[in-house]
Ligand binder design. Structure first.
Ligand code: NAD
Length: 418
């Protein structure tokens, strides 16, 4: 199913895989396995709303591939979610875990709902109903959910609690991205953004770009976008000149005070209307004259229609699937350095993996330990991908797909699947 721009993320993900499997010369049989989710569960979730009526929501869990280990992937609450998007995100999780050499496969889940129109008790009942619906398929050695769009540590806490009740034991390792007192890891909340910045700093080094004072435009001001803006300014010395959310964007070429923008959003519900800023559309944000562009909202936002307008030198995909294959070709042709999603935004799953280790060992690591391990993983993998891209004359996405798909295929061969 296509989105409002006529794009289908699952088709895009399969197209990217085709390009690399041509190079790898996978047989059509192997490619067919890589292009098909292993298992999908569709569930109806009846939830009592605050006014007493029962509303039935639609939920999904897609388990894409478990050749490398138990599957891992976030849960998205979104009114426009589709099974095709969840499939694509589950595939991306497979490549992400493989690229980073995590002993994990890929999965993703979602519920079609609008959390902005729901009370906290309704959201809790929906979160518990979702876990009841997918309980048979998940567990610490099967499939471990985590946060994604519109889900957070509190939602993960409810989900872990529901899983534990059904299992009849405390099972902290069943879900990651939990609150700290419930076995969450230090550094998980901003891990995706911090990991993304480690990748950007490697890219900047390669391009001879000084991050101190570099101009940055960020689409999205949720978990990933807000932390990207905050850390970009505080830890990397960048000038955040534009940010946006679903209601629109703001720009100030001299730089935005990110904590003040966050307070404004908390008070008004949006970044728009922030004093001293110019109001811009999301399209204008993407076309802003900036050094670094960070899509950190949803998929398919940079398309063939607007890729020619992008003026950034680096496009760092903190979101999943923000660039369509057509746009990718245009950006590559124009010499824009695109850091692909599953290389750039793996910080979340890496720290989730650290959380699993801590839960299994009944341990708790300091933030410094978590962040140092995260940095090492991101920078080491970035260099590996970048070296392959340079040697093969391909873009980073194709190099990353090549490494990831090779690992998944090798594991499938060793298991005797193919
Ligand atoms: P979130 O729900 O916390 O935030 C999403 C943000 O995007 C919100 O600010 C929302 O207003 C904004 N938004 C929605 N529609 C928009 C539009 N049309 N234009 C501009 N902004 C819009 O979600 P998140 O967890 O920050 O996830 C953002 C992206 O990062 C997604 O692609 C997600 O899959 C990816 N991601 C998240 C994690 C994680 O750990 N949370 C990890 C890896 C990747």
């Amino acid at each position: 199913m296509e989105d409002q721009n006529g794009e289908n993320l699952f088709e895009s993900v399969k197209q990217h895989l085709c390009t690399c499997s041509d190079t790898l010369a996978f047989s059509p049989n192997v490619e067919a396995v890589l292009r098909t989710p292993k298992r999908e569960l569709h569930v109806a979730l009846p939830v009592r709303m605050d006014d007493g009526h029962i509303r039935t929501f639609r939920g999904y869990r897609v388990q894409y591939n478990y050749a490398l280990g138990p599957m891992k992937g976030g849960i998205r609450f979104h009114p426009e979610g589709t099974i095709e998007t969840i499939r694509a995100l589950a595939a991306l999780m497979t490549w992400k875990c493989a690229l980073y050499n995590l002993p994990l496969g890929g999965a993703k889940g979602g519920v079609i709902c609008n959390p902005k129109e729901m009370s906290l008790p309704e959201l809790e009942r929906l979160s518990r109903a979702y876990i009841q619906g997918i309980y048979e398929l998940i567990g610490p050695d099967r499939d471990i959910p985590a946060p994604d769009v519109n889900t957070n540590a509190q939602v993960m806490g409810w989900m872990m609690d529901e899983y534990s009740k059904l299992a009849g034991r405390s099972s902290f390792g069943a879900v990651t991205g939990k609150p700290l007192p419930l076995g969450g890891s230090e550094g998980r909340t901003d891990a995706t953004a911090l990991g993304g910045w480690y990748a950007v700093s490697e890219a900047a080094l390669g391009l001879g770009m000084d991050l101190r004072g570099a101009r940055v435009a960020i689409q999205g001001f949720g978990n990933v976008g807000y932390h990207a803006a905050f850390l970009g300014a505080r830890e990397f010395g960048c000038r955040i000149i534009a940010v946006s959310d679903s209601r629109g964007g703001i720009r100030r070429m001299g730089g935005l005070d990110i904590p003040a923008v966050a307070s404004h959003k908390k008070a008004t519900g949006s970044v728009t209307g922030f004093p001293g800023s110019e109001r811009i559309s999301n399209d204008e944000l993407l076309a802003t004259d900036t050094d670094i562009l960070i899509p950190a909202a949803l998929e398919n936002v940079i398309t063939e229609r607007n890729a020619g307008d992008v003026r950034a030198r680096i496009v760092a995909e903190f979101a999943n699937g923000p660039t369509t294959p057509g746009a990718d070709r245009i950006l590559f042709g124009r010499g824009v350095h695109v850091i692909p999603d599953f290389l750039c935004n793996a910080g979340g799953v890496i720290v989730s993996y650290f959380e699993m280790i801590q839960n299994a060992d009944l341990d708790h690591w300091d933030a410094e330990v978590v962040n140092a391990k995260l940095k090492k993983k991101i920078i080491g993998t970035y260099r590996q991908v970048s070296d392959l891209a340079r040697k093969s004359g391909v873009d980073l996405r194709q190099a990353a797909y090549t490494i990831a798909a090779n690992r998944v295929v090798a594991a499938m061969q060793l298991r005797g699947w193919i």
